[in-house]
Design a protein. Structure first.
Length: 426
């Protein structure tokens, strides 16, 4: 009975992960389609002579939609890896189920490919967002040539982002198909009896989902009825403008809810993958010394840049160079530290699965490679400057800075091996 219950739980996990991969693959496809529509709208507007500000706004929408695709594809990747883990466990229970073992390898490969595609797409969104922020190349704002060149750049950015979204969406769809096939093989490997035992728990959760879906469908029907009633009479220009603004607000609200759900899903899958890799460390890929040196070099450069930003902020607050006769209060030093882009994600009240700051991501990657080195760089370039800005008599300020540094180390060490954590603490 105990083994059957455990097998039923395995089937339930595989089924849920496969369903999630399929659902978010469709979400990625929908947002990729919207990004392509936005890019096409920007191109048509450019050809029709629309103002470059409008073209920029549409291009920005394409990039935001592409970023949503990135988040959805990452959910698909993590869910597919979860299915791969369940397939592997099912194959261990039934060594004769060789196809289940093969599906585990396929799901693992395609899940990683989806995550890599999401990473590549995220890099495209960063580069295209930077393109939107570039100033016109020496042209005056009222110069037609300057507007034309800027509009061309915005359209190119939108098209580039939409193509990256389509590529990542395709990778997500392949991974989701592998997840569904892997879940099916788990069921076959464990037999019909355990499948029947597992359906009970799945049905309970599905009942809640069905209730939520029924409520959503009822809301949609009400909205459709209201919309049909509205169409019966022709709205005035003022009403049309108000309706357009209302639709825009509702779309942004819905997108915000989607992003919140994606963030929550990714955080859960990240935790599952960490636990899986802790128990299967042979699956962690090797990192070359050259790659580690490149990341460490980037961390050093970003930390020096953050050190300069911190010194400038403290100089403004205390009216002179920190530590040279001019000192800042503890609260001022903490505020300056927490405003640094590299450190902002570590002090947010809500956890964010994927930081928008490249500097923060480099810091986390460097900590994975070498946590003691990352903490030394932070101490020498950033926290030493913060301590120097405090008066020797400000013991409370020093305590708060030390506490802040300890919180950062705890956050970074939660993702690395136990040996590295102990070394960094020492």
């Amino acid at each position: 009975g105990r083994e059957g219950g455990s097998a039923a739980q395995l089937l339930e996990k595989a089924s849920k992960a496969a369903e999630e991969a399929s659902r978010y693959a469709k979400t990625a496809a929908e947002f990729a389609h919207q990004a392509a529509d936005a890019a096409e709208t920007a191109r048509q507007g450019r050809e029709q002579g629309s103002h470059e500000t409008l073209t920029k706004s549409i291009a920005h929408s394409a990039i935001v939609l592409t970023l949503t695709v990135v988040k959805a594809v990452r959910v698909v990747g993590y869910a597919t890896l979860d299915v791969a883990a369940q397939c592997r466990a099912a194959a261990k229970r039934n060594p004769e189920a060789t196809e289940c073992s093969e599906k585990s390898s396929t799901a693992m490969t395609l899940g990683l490919e989806a995550l890599n595609a999401a990473l590549a797409c995220a890099e495209v969104t960063e580069s295209t967002a930077a393109q939107l922020q570039q100033a016109p190349g020496g042209q005056a704002e009222d110069c037609p040539q300057g507007d034309s060149a800027a509009a061309d750049r915005y359209v190119n950015a939108a098209v580039k982002a939409s193509l990256a979204a389509a590529s990542a969406s395709n990778a997500a769809m392949s991974a989701a198909i592998a997840a569904v096939e892997g879940s099916r093989q788990c069921t076959q490997a464990l037999g019909s009896k355990t499948q029947a035992d597992g359906k009970k728990g799945v049905a309970e959760d599905k009942g809640e989902d069905d209730e939520a879906e029924a409520a959503d469908e009822a809301d949609e029907k009400d909205e459709e009825a209201a919309a049909a009633e509205e169409k019966r009479r022709r709205p005035t220009p003022e009403e049309a403008a108000a309706n357009a603004a209302k639709r825009l607000v509702e779309q942004r609200h819905n997108n915000h809810k989607v992003l919140q759900r994606l963030n929550s899903e990714i955080l859960g899958h990240q935790q599952n993958v960490r636990e899986f890799l802790r128990h299967n460390r042979q699956l962690i890929p090797e990192v070359s010394g050259e790659s580690k040196q490149k990341v460490a070099g980037l961390l050093q450069a970003y930390a020096r840049e953050a050190s300069g930003e911190l010194r400038a902020a403290l100089a403004r607050r205390c009216g002179g160079r920190p530590g040279e006769g001019a000192f800042a209060g503890g609260n001022e030093v903490l505020a300056a530290l927490q405003s640094l882009p590299m450190l902002v994600p570590f002090f947010q009240s809500n956890s964010v699965a994927i930081s928008v700051s490249v500097k923060a991501r480099i810091l986390k990657m460097s900590a994975l490679h070498d946590l003691p080195l990352a903490m030394r760089v932070l101490d020498q370039e950033i926290f030493a400057v913060a301590r120097q800005a405090l008066s020797k008599d400000d013991s409370e300020g020093l305590r708060q800075v030390t506490k802040l540094q300890g919180k950062m180390q705890a956050d970074l060490s939660s993702n690395v091996a136990e040996e590295a954590t102990a070394e960094a603490a020492g």
